[in-house]
Write a protein that binds this ligand. Structure first.
Ligand code: DGL
Length: 286
């Protein structure tokens, strides 16, 4: 039985999932959050489905052991590969970003899905979109060069504008109504993407719907927190020294509860110990 004061678990390969954290903080300002960034193994997008599934299950197990009351998979690449099989993980409800993004607003006829290579290769996002919107004209674009730009903090740099413009140039002739930001890292590149496609193309961020789904489920389960002082607990699987300043810059707040974890020994030592600070293992959060 979960307690309303337990945190919501959210995870991604790196900084990307903070675009979901931001939406969840807006929708549910009184909730404590426990965020895992698998920075020792980012990016996920060029990995095999087996690897991504196995990393995802390691993080899901860790989050459940830490006592979260609900999980939001803030990584499309992970959510297309593990859901719907994991709608619950060891009795904790799990919501996926791709599943939220596969519902389009009314009036969209031509849309592009921007995502990682692994997401596009899986065919799952496309399948979900076609299931809900069989008449929509859909094109998929794998954008493997976007995640490294975000992880290095170059969100609004000249380099970002150039790389994004080159990658999205083939879309300019397609008279798109919208693009789906089908990787949680891509909202960081919002300005560059909008500049590349023009102001007439709507950018859809699935995180908004995911936050609404989480809020709805917590309400239904009577698990909403009323805490006036919620806590953000952040865990990275590599040393947090690179992640911390970028995360603070993005969220516009100081992150005092940021630690490194090997996910209870699940991340192999040689990867997790790119460290300058001690590895901290979580033992449950209240
Ligand atoms: N942010 C993730 C996603 O939404 C994965 C990016 C990556 O690590 O390649 O797909």
């Amino acid at each position: 039985m979960h307690h309303p004061q337990a945190p919501i678990g959210i995870y991604d390969s790196g900084l990307g999932g903070l675009s979901v954290v931001r939406r969840v903080m807006m929708a549910l300002p009184q909730e404590s959050l426990l965020y895992v960034a698998d920075t020792a193994r980012v990016p996920y997008g060029n990995r095999s489905p087996e690897e991504i599934r196995s990393f995802s299950h390691e993080i899901l197990d860790f989050l459940v052991e830490m006592g979260v009351k609900m999980i939001a998979v803030a990584c499309n690449t992970s959510s297309v590969l593990i859901l719907p099989a994991s709608k619950k993980h060891r009795s904790v409800p799990v919501f996926g970003l791709a599943q939220a993004g596969a519902r389009l607003p009314a009036g969209i006829k031509r849309v592009a899905l921007l995502a990682t290579e692994a997401t596009v290769r899986s065919g799952q996002y496309k399948r979900l979109l076609q299931l809900h919107h069989p008449l929509v004209d859909l094109v998929e674009v794998a954008c493997p060069d976007f995640v490294p730009l975000v992880e290095s903090g170059k969100w609004e740099s000249a380099e970002a504008f150039e790389v994004v413009a080159a990658r999205l140039a083939p879309l300019k002739q397609r008279s798109l109504d919208a693009v789906i930001l089908g990787c949680s890292h891509f909202p960081y590149l919002h300005k560059a993407i909008q500049a590349a496609l023009g102001a007439g193309v709507q950018l859809l961020d699935p995180a908004e719907r995911l936050a609404t789904q989480v809020a709805g489920e917590l309400t239904q389960l009577r698990l909403l927190n009323r805490d006036p002082k919620p806590i953000f607990h952040g865990y990275t699987t590599a040393c947090p020294s690179t992640f911390a300043p970028l995360a603070e810059r993005y969220l516009q707040r100081e992150l005092r509860h940021l630690r490194q974890t090997s996910l209870g020994g699940r991340v192999p030592q040689q990867i997790s110990q790119r460290v300058s600070v001690g590895v901290v293992e979580g033992v449950g959060v209240r």
